[in-house]
Write a protein that binds this ligand. Structure first.
Ligand code: NAG
Ligand code: NAG
Ligand code: NAG
Length: 809
């Protein structure tokens, strides 16, 4: 039961008696992959803001737009630059821009914001051009990237302000864009630049201080039984007009226009006659203000009715610390626009307007309709033929009464703390012949969360750190055919494979990862990508929904590692699970160990304080990982502590380890008074000659941390580190009054921690335990998240790494 409780308090969804709350802990990624140098990176000295990407699989390049530069990069390896074109602002433009009060070196530059395909070799490119948006054509041929120098007006196609969100889309030769049309950024438009240009009405009921995030095209005319038109969908957030709220309330919207719209004859001349919008609903489990849409991805299906929009939401400022993903089917959105009720404004009191459901009769044809068989049968084959009544209705009431609900009723993923920024979704063919959507979600601190939702269960397979510093993912693109992900940021672009099955070392790890890209291959005895298996798939297993490892071969028994025990010393036994979801469980001669004044169980292992003869014996470290309703139990390490037999070995502070040579030893010492407390943060691993210094720093760190724990008399702590965008996704459970009394004798904790010792206990000893961590007493997780230990009274130690981080600030 204590295990179940520990799980349910994770993520802060504290539901003490609810077994269904077990899923809550899945907001913790199963694995955390910190920054690896093997990721392919592109950046050029002196160039910033790599924020626009256009994938040209046909040309084998990724076009990358940055500040004053466009690159054609090899799509298989973006660190290979095939060509570049530079588009700098002229001195005159920069001067004008500065004169209008903008910052010369920041805002008065040319940020490439638009890249679209025109034809096989030609692209359309727009830049902010020192607050004077300009567009041009660009060709990529014979390995050369060249701007044609057409310098078209970019107003309405590209924002003036490089910091403003916007969206655009090329459909045939028409450019759809949603941005501000003026210098101040105060006049939002949804524009179609084409032979017959159309725009939105300048009314706050159409767009009310919007933030545009995404646009896409759905070819709804294909196989349409009622001769319907194709649509362009637009996602944005804006100030709500339909709520009476004491202050500005932002809501998320989806809007659509018909591709064949030509505007009205008298009413809505040169303006959309088909602009309809609805609120997007994505409710998180905790009550909060409506979440705000940040990015959307359309997972296309051959049958457009089955296409699904995946949207990332973040909380309204200050209302919550949850981000999430909701999915919406094209059919559901379409139904609301085609059949739903409208909202209408009614005047209450003198100046105040309230929006309520419109219950009167609707004009015919239905307002906002595309030209279809029904209108054609009434003799209206162009929007220009629509009657004024229909057009006047839509001009004044573009908002639908009903909100669009998520496909699954609620979010597919909810994550506390880490702010989600961008999303792409891959449809992955698994071994069972089914396709599973795998979400890749960029975060504000430079990670990608790879997540799935198996029948309502949220599961994050892994999180991968993309950059060597913490910076927001500002663009995310997927090449499903290449199996590659591309992420842009201020400082560069990074390429990452969608999977790396070799990270899963054992059969159990491979199955427990529940990664649809990976399966355990019995013939090769390794975790391989499903894609590469193809023919020999009868020799491979996968268990995505259940995570059932029963078909895996039994792992070899773990050999015991011998340690020498010297009375009075502190002994550290490393053991680290390879999954963030696993909990570590220590046993000493069949007795379960808990943290108390004798033992410390922390994420890196076990610490035995002031050892005595009676501590000799067998110590076993097990990992317990819960998947679905099962708990998978595995022994990670076994240690045999033997009393020191040879008397007179120096002063009794050094203990030889009998497993290999004596220099690889657990070295423990007893210090009554720690010296001055050093800066506990960020020391690098020291060369061997400095190891004793390093170890005492580690020891002191532990002491500092434990002391600070004493001052934490809180029973529930949810720590939030704003400055780093980090967070801790757990609560400290109730500490028992018993442990209160004999709180840890922190002042004599002193561990000698040697690199050589770590090596000894690492892979050579044949355990999956990854102990190649110099801070073995303290757990450092890339993003400040923590896995936790099963027993309630020891979880507080899992805060170690975090609290230590805090003291760095
Ligand atoms: C692309 O379009 C341009 C101008 O519209 C035209 O000159 C060129 O031949 C086209 N290229 C291809 C490969 O169709
Ligand atoms: C561009 O990158 C620079 C350098 O990191 C940053 O200071 C600036 O805010 C970025 N500008 C935009 C528009 O993102
Ligand atoms: C260590 O344990 C011994 C007995 O096992 C005890 O006498 C001694 O006081 C302990 N040391 C400390 C610092 O608690």
């Amino acid at each position: 039961m204590s295990l179940l409780c520990a799980l349910s308090i994770f993520c802060g969804l504290f539901l003490p008696f609810s077994f269904s709350a077990l899923n809550a802990h899945y907001c913790v990624p199963r694995k955390t992959v910190s920054y690896q140098n093997e990721l392919k990176v592109f950046r050029e000295e002196g160039i910033w803001n790599y924020s626009t990407m256009l994938m040209r699989e046909d040309l084998g390049v990724l076009l990358l737009g940055a500040r004053e530069a466009v690159y054609a990069l090899d799509i298989n390896n973006i660190s290979i630059r095939k060509a570049a074109a530079y588009w700098r602002v002229t001195e005159e433009k920069q001067r004008e821009c500065t004169y209008k009060g903008k910052h010369a070196e920041v805002e008065c530059r040319n940020y490439i914001r638009t890249l679209h395909t025109v034809n096989d070799t030609r692209m359309y490119v727009c830049g902010t051009n020192a607050f004077s948006p300009t567009c041009d054509y660009m060709t990529f041929s014979d390995g050369q990237l060249s701007l044609e120098g057409k310098q078209e007006e970019g107003k309405g196609k590209c924002p003036f302000d490089p910091f403003q969100r916007y969206s655009s889309l090329m459909v045939g030769n028409d450019l759809y864009s949603a941005t501000s049309i003026n210098f101040l950024g105060s006049e939002p438009v949804v524009l179609r630049s084409s032979a017959l240009a159309l725009r939105s009405e300048f009314k706050s009921s159409w767009l009310n201080e919007p933030n545009f995030v995404y646009m896409d095209f759905v070819g709804e005319s294909v196989d349409s039984p009622d001769g319907d038109d194709d649509k362009v969908y637009l996602f944005f957030s804006e100030n709500a007009m339909e709520y009476n709220f004491y202050s500005k309330l932002v809501v998320s919207r989806v809007a659509r226009v018909c591709k064949g719209d030509m505007g009205g004859q008298r009413t809505l001349q040169r303006k959309w006659t088909s602009f309809l919008k609805a609120r997007l609903d994505c409710s998180f489990p905790e009550p909060s203000l409506p979440a705000i849409v940040q990015d959307v991805f359309l997972l296309k299906h051959q049958d457009w009715r089955k296409s699904v929009f995946y949207a990332v939401f973040t909380p309204q400022s200050g209302s919550s610390d949850m981000s999430g993903v909701c999915a919406y089917s094209v059919s559901a959105i379409r139904e609301i626009f085609n059949e739903g009720k409208f909202k209408t404004p009614v005047a209450v009191e003198t100046s105040h307007v309230k929006w309520v459901m419109y219950t009167g009769e609707l004009p015919v044809p239905r307002p906002g309709t595309c030209i279809n068989d029904a209108t054609r049968s009434m003799g209206m084959s162009r929007s220009l033929d629509l009657p004024d009544k229909t057009l006047q209705f839509i001009r004044d009431r573009p908002l639908m009464d009903e909100a669009v609900r998520p496909l699954t009723g609620g979010p597919l993923l909810v994550k506390k703390g880490a702010v989600l920024t961008r999303i792409v979704v891959d449809s992955v063919l698994a071994l069972d012949g089914e396709r599973y959507p795998v979400m890749f979600i960029g975060t504000e601190n430079g990670y990608v969360q790879k997540a799935v939702n198996y029948a309502g269960e949220m599961f994050i397979i892994e999180e991968i750190q993309l950059y060597d510093n913490s910076q927001p993912v500002s663009t995310l693109r997927l090449s499903s055919s290449k199996g590659q992900l591309y992420a842009g940021s201020e400082f560069g672009a990074v390429q990452m494979p969608v999977s790396n099955c070799s990270r899963y070392a054992t059969c159990a790890d491979c199955i427990l990862s529940r990664d649809p890209y990976c399966a355990w291959d019995f013939s090769a005895d390794r975790c391989s990508s499903v894609h590469s298996l193809a023919s020999s798939s009868e020799n491979a297993i996968q268990s995505l929904k259940e995570g059932d490892v029963s078909q895996c071969p039994q792992p070899d028994p773990v050999a015991a590692v011998d340690f020498t025990l010297v009375p009075g010393n502190n002994i550290q036994l490393p053991c680290q699970p390879d999954s963030n979801l696993a909990q570590v469980h220590w046993r000493f001669s069949d007795q379960t160990l808990h943290s108390n004044n004798k033992y410390y169980i922390y994420s890196g292992g076990l610490l035995i304080l002031n050892a005595s003869e009676s501590d000799a014996g067998l110590y076993t470290c097990d990992s317990l990982e819960q998947v679905s309703s099962r708990i998978y139990n595995r022994t990670l390490a076994v240690y045999r502590l033997q009393p020191h037999t040879e008397p007179g070995a120096g002063d009794g502070t050094t203990v030889g380890n009998e497993v290999t040579n004596s220099s690889d030893s657990i070295h423990s010492q007893h210090t009554a008074a720690p010296g001055p407390i050093p800066d506990p943060g960020g020391e690098d691993p020291l060369p061997p000659e400095n190891q004793s210094e390093a170890s005492s720093i580690v020891g002191l760190k532990v002491a500092v941390v434990l002391l600070s724990l004493l001052s934490l008399s809180l029973t529930a702590v949810v720590l939030w580190n704003m400055s780093r965008g980090r967070f801790v996704c757990f609560k400290f459970p109730q500490s028992s009054s018993e442990s209160e009394g004999k709180r840890h004798s922190a002042e004599y904790v002193h561990i000698q921690n040697r690199t050589s010792e770590i090596k000894l206990l690492g892979p050579e000893s044949g355990r999956p335990c990854s102990a190649n961590n110099n801070h073995s007493a303290v757990d450092f997780k890339g993003n400040g998240e923590h896995h936790f230990t099963p027993m309630a009274n020891i979880s507080s130690l899992d805060g170690l790494g975090y609290i230590n981080d805090e003291s760095e600030i």
